[in-house]
Design a protein around this ligand. Sequence first.
Ligand SMILES: Nc1ncnc2c1ncn2[C@@H]1O[C@H](COP(=O)(O)OP(=O)(O)OP(=O)(O)O)[C@@H](O)[C@H]1O
Ligand SMILES: [Mg+2]
Length: 247
Amino acid sequence: MTAISGADEHMYGGGGYKGSRSPVAEAYRVLRTNLQFAAVDRELKVVLVTSPSPDEGKSTVAQFLAQTISQTGKRVMILDTDLISPTLHKRFGLPNQKGLSSLIMGETDLATAAHPKAYPNLSVITSGPIPPNSSELLGSARMKHLMDRMREEYDMIIVDSPPVLVVTDAVVTSSLADGVILVIHAGRTHGGDVRRAQEALEGARANLLGAVLNRVHLRGSEYKYANSYTVSDVDSARAVETPKTDS
Ligand SMILES: Nc1ncnc2c1ncn2[C@@H]1O[C@H](COP(=O)(O)OP(=O)(O)OP(=O)(O)O)[C@@H](O)[C@H]1O
Ligand SMILES: [Mg+2]
C-alpha cells in the first residue's frame, strides 16, 4: 500500500501549493503514478472517485488527486457530480450559480462553466443548482455528450461523486468513467459496505481500479513503509493509504 496524508493545510494554504515534500503530497504523487501504470493497456482519462458512505473523504481525495495531476502540466478537469450534497465549489472558493446541472440543461456552456482561469492546468466544474432528479440528469444523453466533449478538451477528468450506498448517482455516473477509485475511511468504513459498494459498481460494469484507505494513523518512519506499493485487501484492488493528519 501507499500512503497519503489528507490534510489540506499540508498541501495547500495561503492560496498556493506549498507542501510538495510532505508525506501527503508524496502519497498523492504515488497515487498519480499508480494511475499512470493502470493506464498501460487502456485509456484512463475519466476517473470517478467514490466511497460506500458519506464523509469518507471522496471530495478531499478527488481535489488533491486533480491538483497533483495538474502539476505535471496535463490539462485536468475536476467535476462535481455530487448533485445532492456538493462541496467542490466551497473547496475551490468558486461560485455555484452555474455548474454541471446547468450544463446538462443547456443553460451555460463548457468554457464558461469550467472556470478555466482559476488554477493553472486545472478546470473546475461545480455542481450548479441542486436538481430534484439528479440520477436522471447524470444518466441522460446530454450528460454523456458533455463527457465526450470534455474528453476531447482535457487530458484527465477527475469526477467527485456521492456515496454509492446512499443514492444510485455514483453507479450511474461510473458508466461514463474509464476507472473508479473507492475511498475507504480507515477504521470506520465497514467491510460489508465496501463489498456492497463494489458489487453495485461491478454490477454496472465499472472498472474498479483500487482503493484509497483514508485517514490512517501513521507517524514518522512509518511513512517509509506505507509508501511501498502492495495489493490491498479490498479484493485485489490497488490501494493507497491516506493517513489522518494531526489537525
Ligand atoms: N485524510 C484526512 N485527514 C483529515 N481530515 C480529512 C481527511 N480526509 C478527509 N478529511 C475531512 O473529512 C471531512 C469529510 O471529507 P470529504 O468532504 O472529502 O468526504 P466526502 O466523502 O466527500 O463526504 P460526502 O459524502 O459528504 O461527499 C472533511 O471535513 C475533510 O476535510
Ligand atoms: Mg464529497
